[in-house]
Design a protein around this ligand. Structure first.
Ligand code: ADP
Ligand code: MG
Length: 561
């Protein structure tokens, strides 16, 4: 793998990538940067979201554009205001060691006068949304005469948003355009047409499979009836304490209503959609970015291209109609080598649509049960206890209070104190979930997961009895009664499994209930499953010798080998 230096980047730019902690170029950067630096005119770069396309064009631009010029030489066009700001922010970081280089974001919804003034300040790089840019062109407030480099970022999104004519207009109005670089996550035919018309023999770079979702993302879904959607969302949020999540709705009204409802119920959430003023949008985005806001609920248009670090979960409140929209949504998590989870709440009628998405993105989706009240409480409880243990007490002046506290608590045992702390924190949850409904859709639906017909008639969805007292899994909680066998299986995290999805997978295949399982130990290539001895053979029979993604699954008793 090459270093940034080896790609031909100027030392000052390499210094900036170092400062950002970029250890090595991503694949799209590794391939695109040398080509762009070599003066190649046109390029089409296709790579999934989160693969570092911004740096792939921004670094070469910063090297090619001469600081001495005090007029716009490079133009980056992208679909939304948020993206504009994000790109300029990133350019700011890259040009840290290039004095005299200036970039500006130009977008609608804010004072055009200010932007016109800023444009006259000798900037070299303009990052713009199509609408505002055309506004500026028509007012003759921006001079594109000298533009040599045009970058179309998130080109597929721009076309999806109906900016095709605008983009063509912009391309036609850059007479001195020498190089056109187009970046996109997907390659719909319209893009091909635009590139044919406005680009000359572009070098085409494709990284990974186009149209496929990011492999670092685990795709999970929950089947719920339409009138349980909101309740399901709430439960999934509660089941994931510490979530830093982005929720997608199809409509502005949904985003707004759900945000309001959840806020009233004490959740840390806000909405981002087109009906907000720009100031409101900025405020919401800023808070989310800084993690002072835990959850953001957004429409697709408003959240397009947003790159926020560390999003743990993307939640589809409803499935989008387009596969591509799904890819974009799920691409908000699992970025820059991190893992992430994309959850979809689907109605049984949408399973067909889900399968269609699954086929096109070529990643298996994992069906999970909507957690019950007990599971949610348990999860919250352990999370809280973990937090309690991790609390940093090294800074405060707590020592001085200790004698006082000790006196006050003298007659109460440690257990008692812990119980009280738990009660204080959990009363709300316990009360709420005390008699929580089972939200899983228990219709006798066909399980679409298995391919091909199964011997013995239709396979019905498992209808597990909702257990009450027993803990879902983990040997230490199961009363320790069972005589466990340990199974080996040649599937692991490399196959795209997470513990939860793996559990669901083996249970689905074997039609066993999760109560029979003990500890599951997952490694990259293999896993070990503890299972009640009486159920072990059924699992082996159901799974051993079957295929998973074209590979033969091997499962056997780990101790008999
Ligand atoms: P894309 O445009 O392909 O969706 P971005 O350009 O927004 O992706 O990059 C996603 C994230 O990865 C950003 O936060 C960016 O700072 C980070 N990133 C980009 N290149 C590298 C690199 N070489 N090493 C580490 N992180 C990187
Ligand atoms: Mg991008």
């Amino acid at each position: 793998m090459a270093t940034f230096e080896e790609l031909g980047l100027d030392a000052r730019l390499v210094q900036a990538t170092d400062a950002l902690g970029f250890k090595q170029p991503t694949p799209i950067q590794e391939q695109a940067i040398p080509v762009l630096l070599s003066g190649t005119k046109d390029l089409v770069g296709l790579a999934q979201t989160g693969t570092g396309k911004t740096a792939a064009f921004a670094l070469p631009l910063l090297q090619l554009v001469a600081v001495e010029n005090k007029y716009p030489l490079a133009l980056v066009v992208c679909p939304t205001r948020e993206l504009c700001l994000q790109i300029v922010n990133e350019i700011e970081l890259f040009k840290k060691f290039l004095p005299g280089m200036h970039a500006i974001a130009v977008y609608g919804g804010t004072s055009i006068g200010m932007q016109i003034r800023d444009l006259k300040r000798g900037i070299q790089i303009v990052v713009a949304t199509p609408g505002r840019l055309i506004d500026l062109i028509e007012r003759k407030a921006i001079n594109l005469e000298q533009i040599k480099y045009v970058v179309l970022d998130e080109a597929d999104e721009m076309l999806n948003m109906g900016f095709k004519d605008d983009i063509e207009f912009i391309l036609q109005n850059t007479p001195k355009r020498e190089a056109t670089w187009l970046f996109s996550a997907t390659m719909p035919p319209e893009i091909r047409r635009v590139s044919k018309k406005y680009m000359q023999q572009p070098v085409e770079i494709t990284v990974g499979k186009m149209n496929t979702a990011n492999k670092n993302v685990d795709h999970q879904y929950y089947v719920a009836s339409a009138h349980h959607r909101y309740e399901t969302l709430k439960r999934l949020i509660d089941f994931n304490p510490g979530i830093y999540g982005l929720i997608f709705t199809r409509t502005k009204a949904d985003a707004q209503n759900i945000a309001e409802k959840l806020t009233r119920e004490g959740y840390d959430i806000d909405a981002l959609h087109g009906d907000l003023t720009q100031q409101q949008r900025d405020k919401v985005m800023g808070e989310f970015r800084e993690k002072t806001l835990q959850l953001l609920i957004a429409t697709d248009v408003a959240a397009r291209g947003i790159d926020v670090q560390g999003i743990t979960h993307v939640i589809n409140y409803e499935l989008p109609d387009d596969v591509e929209v799904y890819t974009h949504r799920s691409g908000r998590t699992g970025r820059a080598g991190n893992t992430g989870i994309c959850l979809s709440i689907v109605h049984s009628r949408e399973i067909g649509k889900l399968r269609q998405i699954e086929r096109i993105v070529q990643v298996p989706f994992h069906k999970l049960e909507i957690p019950g009240g007990k599971e949610v409480c348990r999860k919250q409880f352990f999370y809280f206890m973990e937090k309690l243990l991790q609390t940093d007490i090294s800074h405060g002046d707590y020592e001085t209070y200790v004698p006082m506290i000790a006196e006050k608590f003298a007659d109460i045992s440690k257990e008692e104190i812990l119980k009280r702390v738990a009660a204080m924190e959990f009363d709300r949850f316990l009360k709420y979930y005390e008699n929580a409904e089972d939200l899983n859709l228990r219709e006798r639906t066909r399980d679409f997961r298995t391919e091909g017909p199964r011997i013995g008639g239709d396979r019905r969805e498992r209808i597990p009895a909702r257990e009450t007292g027993r803990e879902p899994r983990g040997r230490e909680f199961s009363g320790g009664s069972g005589d466990f066998a340990k199974l080996f299986v040649n599937l692991g995290t490399k196959d795209g499994f997470y513990k939860a999805s793996f559990l669901q997978f083996i249970l689905d295949m074997s039609e066993l209930r999760k109560e029979v399982l003990g500890r599951i130990d997952m490694k990259e290539m293999n896993s070990w499953i503890e299972i009640e001895r009486s159920a072990a053979n059924q699992m082996i029979r159901a799974i051993d010798g079957k295929n998973y993604k074209g590979r033969r699954i091997r499962m056997n008793d780990a101790n008999s080998r």
